[in-house]
Design a protein around this ligand. Structure first.
Ligand code: PMP
Length: 305
């Protein structure tokens, strides 16, 4: 259980943590009709700063579009609210969770006049898959569940309801003794993790499923592609078959929560040397040097508190 902090921003007001509640007949609770984000604030060498906040806010508004959901605050208002949530809770490094959902009005599937409620919370959250995982990697299972096809639900929108599929895949993996899942898409190609994008290294080059493979357009994915290109590592966004995972030299996950996490085994088949590989390590160090501001590159990716 999470220790309660001081305040959560809800619909324009700072609310005591315990009072940040909603009615049980909230539309989003019944039908998953909400959109959300997950971002991190790092305690950098130049003070606390949110990494790629603008991209997260942009994606939140984009996620709302297919649902014709009107977020009743501007991007600037949400940014100001987020900065204030971090300040008022006295946080330095934290995870930030904005959510916008159809609220309480009526329970037809059509949201009709349901309000769009918006909340922003933040709390300390260490390595998503554990510190050990960042160093030594994790064992993953190819899920027996498939990803939704993008013809069934917009998979490029970060919609609450989509995460029922993530839960099924992740929990199936953990029940079977693995730490996380890789989920294939309807075509049987590699899509992504329950909350992560996947990368593969082969002969010193980087491969990741293209956006047409029913994946979320991950912001960490984009960051890692940029870092790789800057280091002269060729990057291919393409379809990846299940079998290619087994013969990869290295595999890793990316995500705002998962950061850059090496994968050492898939379905108990050892990948490469079964440890964090050299390209993964190079990109992971580049990522942490970046977010800790040990380099001054890409300062425009940071929103200082
Ligand atoms: N795929 C899914 C399904 C996710 O939930 C996430 C986490 N937001 C990602 C990929 C990684 O995206 P990002 O790097 O923007 O956090």
């Amino acid at each position: 259980e999470r220790d309660s902090l001081d305040t959560i921003w809800m619909n324009g007001e700072f609310t005591d943590w315990e009072d940040a509640t909603t009615h049980v007949l909230t539309h989003g609770l019944h039908y998953g009709t909400g959109v959300f984000e997950g971002a991190r604030c790092y305690d950098t060498e130049n003070g606390p700063a949110i990494f790629r906040w603008d991209a997260h806010v942009e994606r939140l508004f984009d996620s709302a579009k297919p649902y014709d959901m009107e977020i009743p605050f501007s991007k600037d208002e949400l940014t100001e609210a987020t900065l204030e949530v971090i300040r008022r809770n006295d946080l330095e490094s934290c995870y930030i969770r904005p959510v916008a959902y159809y609220g309480y009005h009526q329970l037809g599937v059509s949201p009709g006049d349901c309000p769009t409620d918006v909340a922003i919370a933040a709390w300390p959250w260490g390595a998503y898959l554990g510190e050990e995982a960042l160093r030594n990697g994790i064992d993953v299972m190819i899920s027996s569940w498939r990803k939704h096809a993008s013809s069934q639900i917009p998979t490029n929108a970060k919609t609450n309801g989509l995460y029922v599929n993530s839960l099924l895949a992740g929990e199936e993996a953990r029940r079977n003794g693995y730490e996380e899942a890789i989920v294939l898409n309807k075509e049987g190609n590699v899509a992504e993790g329950p909350g992560e994008n996947v990368f593969m290294v082969r002969d010193g080059e980087l491969y990741t499923p293209s956006l047409s493979e029913s994946i979320l357009d991950g912001i960490t994915r984009d960051t890692v592609i940029t870092l790789a290109e800057e280091r002269g590592i060729p990057v291919h966004e393409t379809a990846i078959s299940r079998g290619e995972l087994n013969t990869a030299d290295e595999l890793f996950f990316t995500g705002s929560a998962a950061e850059v996490t090496p994968i050492r085994k898939v379905d108990n088949v050892v990948i490469g040397e079964g440890t964090r590989g050299p390209v993964t390590e190079e990109l992971q160090s580049a990522f942490f040097d970046l977010v800790d501001r040990k380099t001054d590159e890409h300062d425009d990716w940071f929103t200082y508190i």
